[in-house]
Write a protein that binds this ligand. Structure first.
Ligand SMILES: [Zn+2]
Length: 434
């Protein structure tokens, strides 16, 4: 191979398949699908539960063992491996231009209690496989590359937030699912909660962050689409709505003399559902929490609190819907002689993915012959935290039946391999473009 041709292929990230009539037509570099599946299967042993999934809650022994395995695979990919002060695993690979800000890829290996084998694992193993493929092909990117395995994603994107926004003293004292405080959990993973500032990064410190993840919904599976190009991670808002009526004897109070707080709540919940569905789009609204006082067969409910949640990519839409719902609820309460107050208890702003990155993911998929669909992520991810630091992109692969956070979670090997190949090709495109 002449030197110029070698350099051209190196820059383009292509290898040539020697089909005689197409010798000069390069085929995209691809990951090793078998190795990817082997690593996924090995990872599923850490915290394996009797239901076919894993219980690998952050800061448990299973979490620590999984991270040790991940660090081993990173070393096999000849990444320079370390743990930052926040307890995140980072594998580094030098770039041809060391002054450039790094390109980041990664995900998480902690799970919910009784979780599955794909949420987080696919993106973690996929990112390491991408680094290994680059190493095997002898390719060096222009930018430095970092593979990140964030700690405690399921407990509130703790590791990625420590990097992008910092953790407050109150958060460090919060007791996690493992029983350890976040502070002790960070120590357990080899971090140093007294030096968290050293893990912090500022806006502009990264060139881009890319994450491969299972969809955790049923859209790709139902439409038979192999690759999802994520538009963003939805914003979430919560309201605690309290309705006050009058608790009275359920046997002696006539039906027309009641101030039944639960009846008002029931009508409000129905109205919320109706209003959320009344406008086009993918917004979702849920009432999943309800307390009834005093809570007896023979007492008319005097006080009810319900939790309303709204999610959408468009924060304005969330706010418009919430105003409509709450004003309709006040109208219902007035009709029924009850009163209503509401307090907003959570506000997470939407994190949009970068349009340029979306375009490159789509082009990478197209080049690999894979159809794509653009869709929002209704679930939270580390990418939403990393969006504070620079442009982010996410690649989704189908979850069979849309099941997730369950031992029944499943993504097909072929879909996972496709996702990792799209991650690899998107990375190469961004390396050349950004
Ligand atoms: Zn996840």
């Amino acid at each position: 191979m002449i030197r110029r041709e070698f350099t051209r292929r190196l820059l383009a990230g292509f290898t040539t398949i020697a089909i005689p009539w197409r010798v000069l037509r390069p085929a995209p570099l691809r990951v090793d699908g078998t190795r990817l599946q082997t690593h996924l299967a090995e990872l599923s042993e850490f915290g394996k539960n009797p239901f076919g999934g894993v219980s690998r809650v952050a800061y448990t022994e299973a979490d620590r063992q999984a991270r040790a395995a991940v660090m081993g695979w990173m070393r096999e990919a000849r990444l320079e491996v370390g743990v930052d002060a926040a307890g995140n695993v980072i594998g580094r690979r030098a770039g041809r231009e060391p002054s450039r800000k790094p390109l980041l890829i990664g995900s998480h290996v902690d799970s919910v209690p009784q979780g599955g084998n794909f949420d987080g694992d696919v993106g973690s193993v996929g990112a390491i496989e991408v680094a290994r493929t680059l190493d095997a092909a002898g390719m060096t990117l222009i930018h430095p590359l970092e593979v990140l395995i964030f700690q405690n994603e399921e407990g509130g994107t703790t590791g990625s937030r420590a990097i992008s926004a910092g953790l407050t003293p109150a958060e460090l004292e919060r007791v996690s699912q493992s029983g350890l405080s976040i502070r002790d959990g960070i120590r357990f993973l080899g971090g140093d909660p007294d030096r968290l500032d050293s893990a912090r990064r500022a806006r502009g410190d990264i060139t881009a962050y890319l994450e491969l993840h299972i969809e955790q919904g049923g859209v790709l599976d139902e439409t038979g689409t192999p690759i999802g190009v994520v538009l963003g991670i939805v914003g979430i808002r919560h309201w605690d709505v309290t309705i006050t009526g009058f608790a009275n004897h359920a046997g002696t109070t006539p039906m027309n003399r009641r101030k039944d707080a639960l009846l008002t709540a029931a009508r409000c919940i129905d109205a919320a559902n109706r209003i959320v569905r009344s406008v086009p789009g993918r917004q979702v609204g849920t009432v999943g929490k309800l307390t009834v006082e005093p809570g007896a067969y023979n007492v008319i409910p005097g006080r009810v609190t319900f939790g309303l949640e709204l999610r959408d990519l468009d924060e304005g839409k969330i706010l418009r819907l919430s105003r409509r719902i709450l004003s309709e609820c006040r109208r219902i309460a007035a009709l029924e002689g009850t009163s209503l107050t509401s307090v907003e208890s959570l506000a997470i702003t939407p994190a949009l993915t970068d349009p340029v990155i979306r375009g490159e993911i789509s082009s990478a998929a197209e080049e690999l012959g894979l159809r794509t669909l653009r869709l929002p992520s209704g679930a939270g991810h580390d990418a939403q935290e990393m969006a504070r630091l620079g442009p982010v992109g996410m690649i989704f692969v189908p979850s069979v039946g849309g099941i997730s956070h369950s031992p029944k979670e499943f993504s097909r090997p072929g879909d996972i391999e496709n996702g990792a190949n799209v991650l690899l090709q998107s990375l190469l495109r961004l390396d050349a473009k950004l």
